[in-house]
Design a binder for this molecule. Structure first.
Ligand SMILES: Cc1cc2nc3c(=O)[nH]c(=O)nc-3n(C[C@H](O)[C@H](O)[C@H](O)COP(=O)(O)OP(=O)(O)OC[C@H]3O[C@@H](n4cnc5c(N)ncnc54)[C@H](O)[C@@H]3O)c2cc1C
Length: 404
């Protein structure tokens, strides 16, 4: 029995699945991740398609999506947390690329029609295609209650016009989801999600280069210039008209929980390097791990990782019920925001300590904690900034959706 599975209160019925995927993900990383590939991807800002396809073949993408849609059909979201943790622990850049390739696909899985799911999900979980979820606009980031992107009804079509920005996978994806204002006067009550293809007339993708980190995961701007979208492409069909804002937020409860697993993997990556270095590096006649101020940093890192892991697994376990509709969305919002803010802010402390323990080497790309720092930083920004998530937590407690 694995020590990790025992320590983190994983329910008995999931232990064998969790142990299996941990082993599979670890072996995958050992076999295919190299320092050279990671540096190349980071330098060139190139998406590692080969790696992504291999991960898809092994069931590491969409691990909890049912087999009828091409997924691996595992029975708990803890499995997806463990895959994320292991791949990113092995390499923050390569692991993150694999995990972000299918970003937003959960919206389709949760709210799409049967035909949409059967057509669009399998190629993504097989690692053949990437996906996007476009919410953010140049004028609307944290506040998407009123969007500039509009979709006007025209017979059996909607005509989409607007700009989405910072969209993960926009430069590589053939299709994805866009949130648009269908009835502007209704604000967030008048928004709808549409499935669009990037090769449709009027769609223009502009890659955005020069990110601080996560540089193998491409982002881009999506310009929509009177794009004709069939009404069948409303995510979930016509009954979902004007439900887009609510669906996006319901999905973000899952996305934000997943970001917790990403940040957990990143702090483990930095800790592993710092712990090894501290035992080897000799100063003042002994390994620096013998100096108590270094031990204090390591102790804080261990505490934060340990409690972050508990938070991440707990939140993923609750996601299982949430996905089945058994948890109130605003209760899940509180749990996912608590997890995201605690783990991502802890990652900053842990990786900063790792850099300090490595001394001058910590500042150099060769020692790689520098890359973990760059890769982790955006976890406090995307899928809701720390500030926005903190507001969500207090709101849920004030309204009685989350009680201590
Ligand atoms: C690498 C990357 C990938 C991304 N991928 C996607 C994607 O795939 N799809 C997508 O739709 N978006 C994506 N985003 C966009 C991301 O979600 C937004 O950048 C984020 O939500 C913040 O929006 P903003 O950048 O407009 O900042 P703003 O909303 O302008 O915020 C600026 C600052 O003000 C603070 N602030 C705002 N409102 C308040 C308030 N009420 N109280 C206190 N502080 C406040 C914020 O916390 C922040 O510190 C991505 C961004 C990055 C960097």
């Amino acid at each position: 029995m694995s020590q990790i599975t025992d320590t983190y209160l994983i329910p008995e019925q999931y232990k064998s699945e969790v142990d299996l995927v941990r082993k599979t993900a670890r072996e995958f990383a050992q076999r295919y991740f190299t320092k050279e590939l990671a540096h190349k991807i980071d330098k060139e800002e190139a998406f590692p398609w080969d790696l992504y396809k291999k991960a898809g073949e092994l069931g590491l993408i969409g691990s909890t999506i049912p087999t009828e849609y091409g997924g691996a059909g595992f029975s708990t979201e803890i499995v997806s947390a463990v895959i994320t943790e292991e791949l990113i622990r092995a390499d923050t850049t390569l692991g993150q690329c694999i995990l972000s390739g299918a970003f937003g696909l959960g919206v389709l899985y949760l709210f799409g029609t049967e035909e949409q799911k059967k057509q669009y999900i399998p190629p993504v979980v097989r690692g053949e295609k990437t996906f996007f979820l476009a919410l953010t606009e140049p004028e609307h980031g944290s506040d998407i209650t009123e969007l500039s992107t509009v979709a006007k009804k025209d017979g059996d079509y909607f005509i989409l016009k607007g700009i989405k920005t910072f969209i993960t996978n926009a430069p590589t994806a053939e299709y994805g989801i866009v949130l648009a204002q269908t009835e502007p006067e209704k604000k967030y009550r008048g928004q709808t999600l549409f499935l669009i293809h990037t090769d449709w007339p009027g769609v223009e993708i502009k890659p955005l280069k020069g990110k601080m980190g996560q540089r193998g995961s491409p982002i881009g701007e999506i310009r929509l210039d009177n794009v004709k979208v069939p009404k069948e492409n409303i995510v979930g069909g016509e009954k979902e008209y004007n439900m887009g804002f609510y669906r996006a937020l319901q999905y973000l409860n899952i996305g934000r929980t997943h970001v917790g697993a990403v940040a957990l993997g990143m702090m483990l990556n930095a800790f592993d390097k710092a712990f090894e270095y501290a035992q080897k590096r000799i100063q003042f006649g002994k390994p620096i791990i013998e100096h108590q101020l270094i031990q204090q940093k390591l102790a804080e890192m261990i505490q934060l990782i340990d409690l972050s892991r508990l938070a991440v697994y707990r939140a993923h376990l609750i996601l299982d019920d949430y996905i089945k509709g058994l948890v109130e969305p605003r209760t899940m919002a509180a749990i996912s925001s608590i997890t995201k803010t605690f783990v991502t802010e802890s990652a900053t402390k842990v990786i900063d300590h790792a850099i300090q323990i490595l001394g001058g080497g910590g500042y150099m790309e060769e020692f790689e904690v520098e890359r973990a720092w760059r890769d982790h930083r955006v976890t406090r920004i995307y899928e809701g900034t720390t500030e926005i998530n903190l507001l969500t937590i207090v709101d849920a407690v004030r309204r009685g959706y989350f009680k201590l």
